[in-house]
Design a protein around this ligand. Structure first.
Ligand SMILES: Nc1nc2c(ncn2[C@@H]2O[C@H](COP(=O)(O)OP(=O)(O)O)[C@@H](O)[C@H]2O)c(=O)[nH]1
Ligand SMILES: [Mg+2]
Ligand SMILES: [Zn+2]
Length: 301
């Protein structure tokens, strides 16, 4: 299911043909919980009614959704299911990169078992020295990254290759260039870009629905308005370590078995961060998030 509007769902069949669907009676209760990206069992209808002339002209058909198939994963903001890859877009300037927000989003990707790709966009706004500095900053960063410029067409082929054949969601601060990058990959998408919240108004910005957009070379994407905050709902402090993949090689190498990697002596993780084998800012984020989770647990008592 690629789009939901006013009780109608757009479903694509295996050949990529679109069907405008209702949900079958007993599914009505569940209807609100149908998410873009959901796999459904549906039966194609033959009637023409309910399909507008425009839709019919584009080859849209009718259908009836009979069942929701099991989900691989499920995000709440944006509300989408079965996403395989998070494409995290940060601008090198305007706005400056928010690395902690990046780590929060990467944590969400780990929780939902998604692949992650970092796009450092707007390279046209900075000089070679700043690009070098960013690359040094990303030393031992545990995810692949690309330098891109949606404006200058740099890195677009690399991004396109990464999007091919899978379902991706774009995330990152508002203004980083997510929509512009997607338009550069596929001009046919004609996504709205630029200062959204100021002119179009907050309401429109926040109520915009998630939609899975097909890419001509295969694969689908969800553009999002941007995230400013990712909370750690339902996450326990003990689970945090597993969501930093770069800590995996050090598991069991600290002096204390239940080492939190904060104040304990003989901590292999802290030593590795000090030696630059673990990216030091990622380690700082780990510490900061763990403290946040511990404080939250105290507050709940
Ligand atoms: N200089 C420069 N500007 C860009 C680039 N990509 C996007 N922009 C501009 O940044 C602003 C925000 O872009 P937009 O795609 O709407 O960001 P989004 O909120 O992440 O979707 C727009 O004015 C774009 O023209 C880039 O690579 N270089
Ligand atoms: Mg946008
Ligand atoms: Zn430790």
């Amino acid at each position: 299911m690629v789009r939901a509007t006013g009780g109608f769902f757009t479903v694509l069949d295996e050949q990529g043909r679109a069907y405008i669907c209702h949900a079958r009676g007993k599914m009505k209760l569940q209807k609100a919980s149908l998410l873009v990206g959901d796999r459904v069992r549906f039966c194609p209808g033959t009637k023409e009614n309910g399909v507008s002339a425009g839709e019919a002209a584009r080859g849209c058909r009718e259908g009836l959704i009979e069942a929701l198939l099991p989900r691989g994963n499920c995000l709440t903001r944006p509300p989408v299911a079965n996403v395989e890859q998070l494409v995290l877009v940060l601008a090198l300037r305007d706005p400056d990169p928010d690395w902690q927000l990046a780590s929060r989003l990467l944590l969400m990707a780990e929780r939902e078992r998604m692949e992650a790709l970092l796009c450092l966009n707007k390279v046209d706004l900075v000089g070679p020295a700043e690009i070098d500095a960013a690359a040094r900053f990303l030393d031992h960063f545990p995810y692949p990254y690309l330098f891109t410029s949606a404006k200058a067409g740099k890195g677009i082929a690399g991004l396109e290759a990464r999007l091919r054949g899978c379902h991706s969601v774009f995330a990152g601060p508002s203004g980083a260039g997510k929509s512009t990058l997607l338009n550069a990959v596929e001009p046919g998408l004609v996504l709205k870009t630029g200062a959204i919240s100021a002119k179009a108004g907050r309401g429109r910005h926040t109520t915009r629905l998630a939609e899975l957009l097909p890419l001509p070379q295969g694969g689908m994407v969800v553009d999002t308005p941007g995230f400013s905050r990712v909370d750690f709902a339902g996450l326990e402090p003990e689970q945090l370590e597993r969501l930093f993949p770069e800590l995996d090689p050090y598991r069991g190498r600290c002096s204390f078995r239940n080492c939190t990697h904060l104040p304990e002596p003989g901590c292999a993780v802290r030593d590795a961060a000090a030696a630059g084998e673990i990216n030091p800012w990622r380690y700082q984020h780990y510490r900061c998030f763990l403290q946040e989770l511990i404080d939250r647990r105290k507050d709940q008592r």
